[in-house]
Design a protein around this ligand. Structure first.
Ligand code: ZN
Length: 387
C-alpha cells in the first residue's frame, strides 16, 4: 500500500522513497510513499522525476499508486521531485472550483455535479439549465471577495457517520478526508488544495454552455486567469487598432461598421438590379426577332452561379416575345427564362433536357434552371437556343 504524502502535505515538492515493486518492463514503479498525485477527481496527475527519470503518468490503482517513468530506474532508494509549477496550477484550479461551487450554493442554492480540470480551461457543471451570465458574474465576484478575505483551508479526518454539514453527502464509509474553506464550505475530497484562499489568486469565469439539464461554466484561477486576461486584452487591442478607436469604444464602433457594411450591401444590390434592368432592355433592343417571332439571346459566364444572371434574365424576359438562355461553365449549369407571351413554359422544356443530359433541375413556367455534367453544357444550350 502506497503512503500518500500529498494527503498530509500538498506543498511537499521533494521526497525520498524506497522502490517496492516495478513492472517487468521497468515502465511502472511502485514506491513505499509518494507525493505524486494520481489522476482522479477531475484533477490530472503530477509530473516530475524519480531518480532523474521523468514521470509521465501517475495511476491510482486503489491500494497502490503506479508511476510511469520514461527511462528505467534500477536503484532501490530514490529521490523524487514534483513539477511544482504544474502542481501549484492544479491546486489553484482545484481549490478555486471548491470555492466557486460553495459560492453557487451560498448565493443561488445551485449544486455542482462535476468538475474537469483542463489543460487551458477548467469547467464545472451546475445541476440546472437556469443559470445566466448575471448569476455567474455575481458568483465570480463573491468568490473573488472570498479570495481577498484569505480564508484558511483546512484538511481534517472525520468519521463518515459523524461528519455533518457537507456540501455533498459522501458515499464512502469509515474515515473521510474533509476539506473546508473557513466559514464557507465542507466537502469530502482526496485532492490537493492550497492552504489559504488568497493563494487561489484571481478567479475568472468565461463561457456558459447549456448541456442537457446542466450549465457548464468555464473558469480559470491564478496564473491562468492572468494569462487569459492578457491574451483577451491583446486580441481586443488589435481589433480596437483596426477600428482606430479605444478599447471601450470598440463594441459600438464595430456594431456601427457592421450596420454601415449591411447598408452598403443593400445599396449595391439595388444598383445591380437597376443596372441589370437597363442591360436587359439594351440587350432586347439589339436582338432581332427570329422566324418564330421570338427574340432569343444567351449569356455565358466562365464561373459563378445563376444568381449572377437572374436579374438580367428577368429584365430581358419582361419584354414581349423574349427567350433568355443563361449558362455557367463552372459549376456547369443552365437557365431558361421566357416572357409570358412566348408560348414556352420554361420548366416543362428545360426539365426533360436536363434529365437527358444527365443533369437535374426544374422551375416555373417563366424561369427554370439546373445543373448538368460539364461535357453536355454546350449541347443543352444549343437545344435551348433552337426552341
Ligand atoms: Zn478537492
Amino acid at each position: 500500500m502506497t503512503e500518500r504524502l500529498y494527503y498530509t502535505d500538498s506543498y511537499l515538492r521533494e521526497f525520498h522513497a524506497r522502490v517496492l515493486d516495478r513492472t517487468p518492463d521497468g515502465a511502472m514503479l511502485y514506491l513505499d510513499r509518494t507525493a505524486f498525485y494520481p489522476t482522479s477527481g477531475g484533477q490530472p496527475h503530477d509530473t516530475g522525476s524519480i531518480a532523474g527519470a521523468a514521470v509521465v503518468d501517475v495511476v491510482d490503482e486503489g491500494e497502490r499508486i503506479a508511476h510511469r517513468v520514461e527511462s528505467p530506474v534500477d536503484t532501490a532508494e530514490v529521490d523524487c521531485r514534483i513539477d511544482w509549477t504544474r502542481r501549484l496550477d492544479h491546486m489553484q484550479q482545484h481549490t478555486g472550483q471548491h470555492l466557486l461551487s460553495a459560492v453557487f450554493i451560498e448565493q443561488f442554492g445551485i449544486e455542482t455535479i462535476s468538475f474537469h480540470l483542463g489543460q487551458e480551461i477548467s469547467t464545472l457543471d451546475l445541476e440546472t439549465p437556469a443559470v445566466d451570465m448575471a448569476k455567474v458574474v455575481a458568483a465570480e465576484r463573491r468568490a473573488n471577495e472570498a479570495v481577498a478575505e484569505n480564508r484558511p483551508i483546512l484538511v481534517t479526518y472525520e468519521d463518515a457517520g459523524a461528519a455533518g454539514d457537507l456540501r455533498k453527502p459522501s458515499d464512502r464509509g469509515g474515515t473521510l478526508r474533509i476539506v473546508s474553506i473557513d466559514g464557507l464550505d465542507r466537502i469530502a475530497c482526496g485532492g490537493t488544495h492550497v492552504r489559504l484562499t488568497g493563494e487561489i489568486g484571481p478567479i475568472l469565469t468565461r463561457r456558459l454552455e447549456k448541456i442537457r439539464n446542466c450549465t457548464r461554466v468555464e473558469f480559470l484561477c491564478g496564473g491562468r486567469a492572468v494569462r487569459r486576461a492578457r491574451a483577451d486584452y491583446d486580441a481586443l487591442s488589435r481589433i480596437a487598432q483596426a477600428f482606430s478607436t479605444s478599447l471601450d469604444e470598440t463594441p459600438q464602433v464595430a456594431a456601427a461598421q457592421i450596420d454601415a457594411a449591411r447598408e452598403s450591401d443593400r445599396t449595391q444590390r439595388k444598383l445591380e438590379s437597376e443596372l441589370a434592368r437597363y442591360q436587359g432592355r439594351e440587350l432586347y433592343e439589339g436582338a432581332a426577332p427570329g422566324a418564330n417571332g421570338l427574340r432569343s439571346v444567351s449569356r455565358r459566364l466562365p464561373k459563378g452561379t445563376m444568381e449572377d444572371l437572374r436579374a438580367l434574365a428577368q429584365s430581358f424576359t419582361a419584354q414581349p416575345k423574349a427567350v433568355f438562355v443563361g449558362a455557367v461553365e463552372r459549376p456547369a449549369s443552365v437557365m431558361l427564362a421566357t416572357s409570358a407571351d412566348s408560348g414556352i413554359e420554361a420548366g416543362k422544356i428545360l426539365q426533360p433536357l436536363l434529365l437527358q443530359a444527365g443533369g437535374r433541375g426544374g422551375g416555373s413556367a417563366r424561369l427554370a434552371q439546373g445543373s448538368v455534367p460539364s461535357d453536355t453544357l454546350d449541347q443543352v444550350v444549343r437545344a435551348l437556343l433552337n426552341l
